[in-house]
Design a protein around this ligand. Structure first.
Ligand SMILES: Nc1nc(=O)c2c([nH]1)NC[C@@H]1CN(c3ccc(C(=O)N[C@@H](CCC(=O)O)C(=O)O)cc3)C=[N+]21
Length: 292
């Protein structure tokens, strides 16, 4: 079997067409949707994300602003910056880029973001809504992985879905989204790996989502024939970007597989912008209802 390559561009274009329409509606109401990115210190992957955000935001008429804080910024200073953005009516969405320097508590920083402006879906309110099956702002990276898998048309009901990675931003929300599609979900992580069971779980997967951050850790020969393989990994190896799955080998076994780059990345940004438009619309509704 030779897999169909699941390029992110098609899905991203579809989402962005809807986003552009939403932006048009907001502008008719006098709102100029604005996304604020906060970066603390420097990180190459964060830079790639930022340039994708800028490119696609410009395409759909969303303003993208950036606050760059130096790596030695205090936690208190970052919290105050977020508080100010929460209060600023010109800012519709806030994304705090990871990683943060180790002297800052990342969780507390993310939770500081007002849930109405939490376009990455990382606050307890938005994650809690996802957990309880009433999603509002869904983590855009997880949404990208699962929606790309769904775009194949494969029915997930009762299927063996395996998620590798248990981060709050990708692995856990992916598992919840797959569960909502009635898949049977297994979450693997470092301790699965320590017990030498990663291969066994991977071999069972009819839908495989990999977000572990180890270049080519998932061997092509482990992929089940006919599987849907979504690689969320983005690892800089030399001057190349490679995923967590051995792409060439996996391609001859999977039915569908995402490339890196060109797979989940651009879809993630499209969903981030979709979340921004939704957030801006809710903010407008609250305002017109006089709730402030
Ligand atoms: N709070 C937070 N959330 C994140 O989701 C997050 C983060 N911090 N910090 C940095 C990493 C990195 N990341 C990327 C997302 C998309 C592309 C992307 O658009 N990639 C395209 C273009 C690649 C290229 O231009 O070479 C692609 O894969 O095809 C890249 C990198 C999100 N991250």
């Amino acid at each position: 079997m030779q897999a169909n390559i699941l390029y992110g561009k098609n899905l991203a274009d579809t989402i962005l067409a809807g986003v552009a329409q939403g932006v048009k509606e907001l502008k008719q109401e006098g709102i100029n949707p604005c996304l604020m990115t906060v970066q603390v210190g420097e990180d190459p992957a964060s830079q790639v994300y930022l340039s994708s955000q800028r490119r696609l935001a410009e395409r759909v008429g969303i303003s993208c602003e950036l606050i760059e804080l130096s790596a030695n910024t205090s936690e208190d200073r970052l919290f105050k910056t977020i508080d100010n953005l929460n209060r600023d009516p010109a800012i519709n969405g806030i994304i705090l880029h990871m990683p943060l320097p180790s002297h800052i508590n990342s969780k507390m920083a993310q939770w500081r973001i007002a849930y109405q402006k939490d376009v990455e879906g990382v606050t307890p309110y938005n994650l809690g809504r996802l957990l309880l099956g009433m999603p509002q702002l869904v983590p855009c990276t997880a949404l990208s992985a699962v929606e790309l898998a769904k775009s194949t048309g494969v029915d997930f009901a009762g299927k063996e879905a395996v998620v590798i990675g248990r981060s709050d931003i990708v692995g856990k929300p992916c598992a919840l989204l797959l569960l909502a599609e009635n898949a049977t979900v297994t979450i693997c992580h470092s301790f699965t790996s320590k017990r030498g069971l990663l291969e066994e779980h991977t071999r069972r997967a009819e839908i495989l989502i990999v977000a572990m951050g180890h270049p080519q850790a998932i061997k092509g020969e482990w992929i089940k024939e006919g599987a849907v393989v979504i690689d969320v990994g983005m690892n800089a190896v030399g001057d190349k970007l490679v995923g967590d799955v051995e792409f060439e080998e996996a391609k001859s076994r999977a039915a569908y597989i995402t490339p890196v780059p060109g797979g989940t990345g651009t879809v993630t940004v499209a969903f981030l912008l979709q979340n921004l438009v939704r957030a801006a619309k809710w903010q407008l509704e609250r305002e017109t209802q006089g709730k402030g």
